[in-house]
Design a protein around this ligand. Structure first.
Ligand SMILES: [Zn+2]
Length: 198
């Protein structure tokens, strides 16, 4: 995919995605489609289909461990994939309720399957949030509750309240991003600024 946005947030998005091989692989999908990345100071990190944009609440995301950040950004990216693959079915799944996951679109994005999914020749078994969590050795999600709410439900206790932190930088990757990938990310952001496309 092509990435569009301020170079800082686009590079942060790329670094966090690169923490998982699945995220790395995701960056190579839909080479002719453009995903916009925007940093926001309040509100939820989410994919907005009306503007094909992932809005990232950097301060909030920064309170989570790096590998959860990766799972969250992969999750939003997989909504983008579903939107690009089959817009009518993406919209339809957003209206179909699911007992534990709010909607079938959330169920598909988190687990890789849902009752209404069709065989659309797309590897949902690779591109789903639980696959990323498994890949990183983290527990899978069993609902669309936040991770904190899921912990609370499991333990029956209130989670520890973390005081509000205003500025926390995005996690640094443990390894270097290969030069060719970083070059591609930078080329994409600079191509946008000059109005040209690869
Ligand atoms: Zn979602």
């Amino acid at each position: 995919m092509r990435l569009e946005g301020e170079p800082g947030i686009v590079a942060s998005y790329g670094r966090v995605m690169y923490l998982s091989e699945i995220g790395e692989h995701a960056l190579l999908q839909f080479p002719d489609k453009t995903l916009k990345i925007v940093a926001i100071a309040s509100g939820a990190t989410l994919y907005d289909a009306s503007s094909t944009t992932i809005s990232i609440n950097v301060a909030e995301l920064g309170t989570h461990p790096a590998e959860e950040q990766c799972a969250t950004l992969c999750h939003e990216t997989f909504h983008f994939f579903h939107d690009m693959l089959d817009p009518p079915n993406f919209r339809r799944r957003n209206t179909l309720s699911s007992r534990d996951f709010d909607t079938e679109e959330e169920e598909l994005t988190i687990t890789g399957t849902c009752p209404s999914v069709r065989d659309d020749a797309w590897d949902h078994s690779l591109f789903n949030e639980n696959a990323v969590l498994r890949d990183r050795g983290l527990p899978e999600r069993t609902s669309h509750l936040s991770r904190e709410e899921e912990e609370e439900r499991k333990s029956g206790e209130r989670p520890t309240v973390v005081s509000t932190v205003v500025e926390i930088p995005m996690a640094q990757p443990r390894g270097q991003i290969p030069a060719h990938v970083m070059a591609r990310l930078q080329r994409k952001t600079s191509a946008k600024r000059t109005g040209t496309h690869e």
